[in-house]
Every structure is written in C-alpha cells, then in structure tokens.
Design a protein around this ligand. Structure first.
Ligand code: AR6
Length: 176
C-alpha cells in the first residue's frame, strides 16, 4: 500500500531482523525488558540496550522513548508501553492509539524514515487482536495523511500468519 510518499507493508517474521532505521518495542513501564517481543529485542541488541534503558526512568502507558539499537540491524529502538486489556473500559483503545502516534512522532523528531511495528499489546497484554489491528492501521494512516512526506517505509511485523492476515485486512478496510 502507498500513502503519500510512504510504502506500507505487512510482513510475517521476527522484528529483531528488520533493517528499518527504527523498530518499535512492545515494552512494559519499567523499560527493563521482559518476555515476548521485548525479550527478543533485548537478546538481539545485547546488554548495552538494557544499560541505556536503565537511564530512562521508565515510561508511562501510551508514551514512547527512544534508544540506540546496538547489535540490532535497526539503528534505533522506540520503546512504547501498550495497555493491558482489562475489558475495554480502562481507556485501552485510546492508549493503544497513543502508542502508535507517540512512536511515529518520536521517529519523525529523529528524522527516521523507516519504522517497523510489532502487534503492540496483543500478546501477554491480551488486547483483542482484530481490534488492535484496526486501531494500528487507523492511527498510522491518519499520521501518514497528515505528514505525507515524512516516512519512506512503514512495516507491521507480525509473528504469525493469522495475525498478519488481520493487519492486512485492517489496511484494506482503510478509506482511499
Ligand atoms: N517479532 C515480532 N513479533 C513478535 C516477536 C518477534 N520477535 N515476538 C513476539 N511477537 P508481547 P504485549 C509478537 O507479549 O502484549 C513483555 O514481557 C507476539 O506474537 O511481546 O505488548 C513486555 O515486557 C504478539 O503478537 O507484547 C511487557 O511486559 C506481539 O508481538 C509485555 O510483554 C506482542 O506480544 C507486553 O505485552
């Protein structure tokens, strides 16, 4: 899909192998590592990533922080903290939208033109996958329409084919 100057793709795979300028980490508020994609990113980046994360003092849900990528192919990691799904009445949708928006704003502030997102909050944090895909697609689309020349390439990287299909379907449902 093309939006303005940006190519936008959904891929199945391991985000730690992405050679975009930035990859996004689905972190927790401590920013000190964890399981899932967070654990994979810390393992692949090496201990220097944790050392830099320790200097950041954590991150509130819905916000984002940036570090270097160290041993990753990506030069930077944007750490964002998704909401834990608690039934949908605790601002989970707004907070998930905020993760995508904050990550793109941070990338733009650093002049980063290619960025890969995982399916934030859809693992341990249990956000319903289809709805999460719809929110991710809507927010990224709105940001690209508002800033049509700022990004060259946006990737959604899903770990399994069924998730990729949900994100692809969400992109297809976007208005022209
Ligand atoms: N590449 C791409 N996607 C991945 C990878 C990978 N290497 N590994 C897992 N996924 P999760 P959350 C997918 O649980 O729900 C951590 O412990 C996975 O299939 O990693 O936001 C943090 O420290 C799922 O679709 O993140 C937090 O405590 C998606 O990434 C907590 O988990 C997100 O799953 C955050 O939970």
């Amino acid at each position: 899909m093309i939006v303005g100057a940006t190519r936008w793709d959904v891929l199945t795979g391991d985000i730690t192998r992405c050679a975009t300028e930035a990859i996004v980490n689905a972190a927790n508020g401590s920013l000190l590592g964890g399981g899932g994609v967070d654990g994979a990113i810390h393992r692949a980046a090496g201990p220097e990533l944790l050392a830099e994360c320790r200097t950041l003092g954590g991150c509130p849900t819905g916000e984002a922080r940036i570090t270097q990528g160290y041993r990753l192919p990506a030069a930077y990691v944007i750490h964002t903290v998704g909401p834990v799904w608690r039934g949908g009445r605790q601002h989970e949708r707004r907070l998930l939208a905020s993760c995508y928006r904050a990550s793109l704003i941070l990338a733009r502030e650093h002049g980063l033109r290619s960025i890969a997102f995982p399916a934030i909050s859809t693992g341990v944090y249990a956000f319903p996958k289809e709805e999460a895909a719809g929110i991710a697609a809507a927010i990224v689309h709105a940001e690209l329409l508002a800033n049509p020349t700022d990004f060259d390439h946006i990737l959604f990287i899903c770990f399994d084919e069924p998730s990729s299909n949900l994100y692809s379907a969400a992109l297809e449902k976007l208005p022209d």
